[in-house]
Design a protein around this ligand. Structure first.
Ligand SMILES: [Fe+2]
Length: 159
């Protein structure tokens, strides 16, 4: 941890940074998984899914940057290398042998829901550690992930 004039206690900042780094790894993983789907999807709904996956990946870009910069603002190190992400992610690996559009939607829905759950749990955890700003970040992110999950699940429902 770096020295900072930030008034949140050092041990609290350490705990918050750990939690945010865990979610940062998940977020980067999910963004790459979504790009993987954008690049490789096949089937009759190709163009719609190809475009939607790209839009979903884009919605994660600002939250990734905000999360990383909250970590550094707290005196931490944002663990943004692909090796660090690979070690820290809690998401199941995105299958690379699946190409069918609906199966890809399902794979992304599973991972989006898992991340939304841990982000939602994190809201109270960082709040209890005294960081309402990190709680605000996670609140906005959980709202975005819920919206993304709705977009994905709407493709899976048969009316
Ligand atoms: Fe593209």
């Amino acid at each position: 941890m770096h020295k900072t004039r930030n008034d949140i206690a050092a041990n609290a900042r350490k705990g918050i940074v750990e939690l945010l780094n865990a979610r940062l790894a998940d977020l980067v993983d999910l963004q790459l998984a979504t790009k993987h789907a954008h690049w490789n999807v096949k089937g009759p709904n190709f163009i719609g899914l190809h475009e939607m996956f790209d839009e979903l990946a884009t919605t994660l870009a600002a939250p990734i940057d905000d999360m990383a910069e909250r970590i550094t603002a707290l005196g931490g190190t944002a663990m943004g290398s692909v090796q660090a992400v690979e070690k820290a992610t809690s998401l199941a690996p995105m299958p690379t042998d699946v190409f069918d559009g609906m199966k890809m939607v399902e794979a992304l829905a599973d991972r989006t829901a898992a991340l939304a759950k841990s982000v939602r749990n994190g809201i109270d955890e960082v709040d209890e550690m005294g960081d309402a700003d990190a709680a605000d970040l996670l609140t906005a992110l959980s709202r975005q992930l819920d919206k993304n999950l709705w977009f994905l699940e709407a493709h899976l429902q048969k009316g």
